[in-house]
Design a protein around this ligand. Structure first.
Ligand SMILES: [Zn+2]
Ligand SMILES: [Zn+2]
Length: 223
């Protein structure tokens, strides 16, 4: 029985960490291509650099010091999108600020993991139903912070159905093709056998993500 519990946990993690980002990246691609004035991803990120910066850091050279807000983007996520340029801030302030960064050239949504996809959609892709994103994030967090790497049938079915509804609806709003592809990926996953080696690898990945999240929380002074 416990092996089944472990396999269910594994499948749920694969759905959220591996399958969801494949679809979410295409949701973002569709957004900046068709709903943000045919921009490239780089132009789109540049245009929203200030907003994104404040998801990562509280202070910048702008007047608002957003001290009471939490910063949901971690340094490695910011660094996956932007790199420091050689120019200094136009206002001459000696603090980290968006003026000192440029979007990485040749960037694609492939660098975005599920958390970063959710953040980007939530904060800078307007008009996409954020409730679906909330569902995916919530279940991702439940899985990462679960006490044990096991899921009973009831919890597993609940998670799978909720994520499936959310991700399929997001896909459907982009295109029939994306919807069909997403449904196919999920049904393959639902019938997938999980071998012990794969489960062990997955567990290590989760432990890393968890440790990483905790480190980031400490860094941000949120603890
Ligand atoms: Zn600012
Ligand atoms: Zn500046």
């Amino acid at each position: 029985m416990s092996r089944d519990d472990e396999a269910r946990y594994g499948r749920a993690c694969l759905l959220v960490l591996n399958v969801c980002p494949l679809t979410l990246r295409q949701v973002i691609d569709d957004y900046f291509l068709h709903h943000a004035g045919s921009l490239s991803l780089c132009d789109f990120l540049e245009k929203n650099k200030h907003t994104l910066f404040h998801l990562y850091a509280k202070k910048c050279c702008c007047k608002q010091l957003q001290q009471n807000r939490s910063t949901p983007m971690c340094k490695s996520q910011w660094d996956s999108l932007f790199m420091q340029n050689t120019s200094s801030c136009k206002k001459g302030k000696n603090i980290d600020c968006p003026c000192k960064y440029d979007c990485k050239s040749g960037i694609t949504t492939k660098v975005m993991d599920v958390t970063l996809c959710c953040l980007v959609i939530n904060k800078i892709c307007h008009g996409i139903d954020v409730n679906h994103i909330k569902t995916i994030r919530e279940i991702r967090n439940n899985l990462i912070h679960a006490e044990s790497a096991r899921l009973d049938v009831l919890t597993f079915n609940g998670y799978m159905n909720r994520v499936k509804t959310a991700i399929c609806q997001l896909a459907k709003n982009v295109s029939t093709t994306l919807h069909t592809d997403t449904v196919k990926m999920i049904s393959e996953l639902e019938n997938r056998l999980m071998d012990p080696v794969e489960l062990r690898e997955l567990r290590n990945l989760i432990i890393d993500q968890k440790r990483f999240t905790e480190l980031e929380v400490v860094r941000m002074g949120l603890l």
